[in-house]
Ligand binder design. Structure first.
Ligand code: GLN
Length: 231
């Protein structure tokens, strides 16, 4: 599973968590989304093919650490803690935490989450944001394996609110108009930046950074952005 020799036509093993629309989700048995299109464009530019599997979040990170995966692509926020275990491409998307809840729940700012049950995806920045408000060991925070399970819990009333990334929150609300959901952000929520993840010291980082720059400069990125965000 090394990247020695010619990169021509080499197929990279990519892990993802495919319940994170519009970045990656399943449609008719295929994984599609902004990340998938962007990764295809960047990999092609760098001379690689990709094979994406819905490993789930934890297995994706484990697969990068033991180098069974070549790439992790899942709206992964670049942060200092993660940089100790993985390499990241240059940033490709700006994000922020957002709170999703049923209309009628009294949530206007982050502080209003105090006393409420909050669902997050385990090990994600949504969890870290919720912990910064409710406390690290708060028993009011329920952790789920996938983003989809957070929203299922919100629908069923197991939690009062979900904290996730803004684009994903807005997409979910849009896709579920009958669920009567609302979103709120908070000025304390800081900008985060998504990166493509690689095993530590992978030679792919430099190649993908170069290719990403190309894809941003040649209009491909803008085309993909328009396709998924319609602007
Ligand atoms: N951007 C968030 C993080 O990296 C969430 C990613 C995800 O749930 N796929 O923690």
């Amino acid at each position: 599973n090394s990247n020695n020799g010619s990169s021509k036509d080499k197929v990279l093993n990519v892990g993802t968590e495919a319940t994170f629309a519009p970045f990656e989700y399943q449609q008719k048995g295929k994984i599609v989304g902004f990340d998938v299109d962007l990764l295809n464009a960047v990999a092609k530019q760098a001379g690689y093919k990709i094979s994406i599997k819905n490993t789930g979040w934890d297995a994706m990170l484990a697969g990068l650490q033991n180098k069974e995966l070549d790439v992790g692509m899942a709206g992964i926020t670049i942060n200092d803690e993660r940089k100790k275990s993985y390499d990241f491409s240059n940033p490709y998307f700006e994000s922020k935490s957002m709170i999703v809840f049923k209309k009628g729940t009294n949530i206007k700012t982050a502080k209003d989450l105090i006393g409420k049950k909050v669902g997050v995806q385990n090990g994600t920045t949504g969890q870290f944001t919720a912990e910064s408000i409710l406390g690290k060991n708060s028993n009011k925070i329920s952790k789920y394996e996938t983003s989809a399970l957070c929203f299922t819990a919100l629908k069923s009333g197991d939690v009062d609110a979900v904290v996730t990334d803004n684009a994903v929150a807005l997409q979910y609300v849009k896709n579920n108009p009958n669920s009567n959901l609302e979103t709120v952000t908070d000025k304390s929520f800081k900008s985060e930046y998504y990166g493509i993840a690689f095993p530590k010291n992978s030679d792919l980082k430099a190649k993908f950074d170069k290719a990403l720059t190309k894809v941003m400069d040649n209009g491909e990125y803008a085309k993909i952005y328009k396709k998924w965000f319609n602007k």
